[in-house]
Every structure is written in structure tokens, then in C-alpha cells.
Design a protein around this ligand. Sequence first.
Ligand SMILES: [Mn+2]
Length: 262
Amino acid sequence: MTNVEYGISMLHCLNKPFNKMTNQLTHLDTKIVELVDDGLHTLNKRRISILKEIKKSYGIKFTVHAPFADVNISSPSKPLRNFMIKRLKRSMHFAKSLDAKLWVLHPGIKTGISMFYPGEDWKQNKKTIELLDNHAKKLDIQIAIENLPKKYGFIMNTPEDFKRFYAESPSNDIGIVLDTGHSNLEGQTESFLRQLSEKILHIHISDNNGEDDQHLGLGKGNIDWSLFAKILSEIKYRKTIMIETVENVNESLNKIQKLLNY
Ligand SMILES: [Mn+2]
């Protein structure tokens, strides 16, 4: 089988300064790299010109992970939400200037007042995604929403949540980033792959013990990677597989490539 593209997320060196990260990304075994627009790697104009040079010299293609620390797209506070939307649009513009083929967004999170307003988080989550998607269309950028675990308060956890979103929202062109670590916490990896394969544009892979989102190397947690590979070949998955572990990055890449054998 052909056409699966492998990439590596720079999340594994988010604790290192930006210039160390850019140095590292030129030595990776893949030509697709996911940049994390947050923490020490937060993008700005100067950094974008450095990354453009790297892209040209090394033929690297980028995807961009939107900022996520303290970002809640379903925040009940309008001024805070507006500020976050502004920040997210800025990230999208940076992605555009790098010709990124995908911009990865986390869904909204419940807050301390959610219980008083049932259903409001969901509504606001949908509204903000639609607003961001309209902006993305103007920029000709593809957005994909990542599944995040319920235990950390996120509101799009299961295939049912995503199906509900697609049923209710006009933003049907939005894709899904399936995060295997997150879906493992919900016991939903197989159902995501079987039920939403058409929508999955990108897969973040990392392992965990089924309890916490540890971003372990493949084989260090309890995910059955042979089964995962078998399902991918059954559904004829042909998009991106992005290593999103914080350790054993190259080993994880080799392992999944061997298992998929394509
Ligand atoms: Mn992820």
C-alpha cells in the first residue's frame, strides 16, 4: 500500500529553545513536521522566516498545531474567548505563510460554571469552530479537530461527539485528527477508525497506560499496535501518521512503519 505519509511532531522537544528545535528538525527521518505554536516554540514573524528558509533548503512540509495552553474555544467569557480567537487566527495565518497543509485544533473544555448552563459549552464550541472554519476557508487552510479525553474536561471525546458535531454543523469539511493516546483513554480507537475513517485526515500516535495521556513511545503502554495497524490497512488509511511521543521518537516511527509495512 502506498500514500501514507509519516511525520514527527516537535512536541518531544517543547522543553527546548526554538533554535534547538529547528536544528533538530533538520535531522529527522521524515519530511513532514508538526510545529507546536505554543510554549518555547510560539510562532512569530521572525521565526516564520527562519522556518521558511528551512522548508526551502530541506524540502520539509509543515503542519501546525494551534496553541492549546489555557486556550478554551468554548469559554463562557466573551472577552476572553475573543482574545483566544484572535490568538488562534494569528496561528492560522502563520500556518498559511508556511503553506501548512493542516492546522490542528483542540475542542472546548468544561469550566467551573458549566454545571449551571447545561449544553452551553457544546453550543459555544460549535460556534467558535464554525467561525474559525470560515476564516480558514478564506485563507484556504484545512482545519482538523482533535479528539481529547473527557477526564481532562474536553467536550469532544468519542465518535458520537464528532458525529453529532457533523450532524449539527454546516462546517462539514472540517477533518478529524485522531489521537490514539486520547482515544485509548476512552477505549474508542477502533470505533473512531471504523466509524469516521472518511473524516480522519491525520493521526497522532503515542502510547499510554489507559489512565493518563503520557505520550509514551509505541509499545511502552497498553495500546495494541498490531491491531491498530490491521485496522488501518482494512480501512485503507492513506493520510498522515504523525509521531507525537515525547520519548523514543525514532523507534516509534520505525515500529509503526514496520507494522504497517507500507
Ligand atoms: Mn495529539
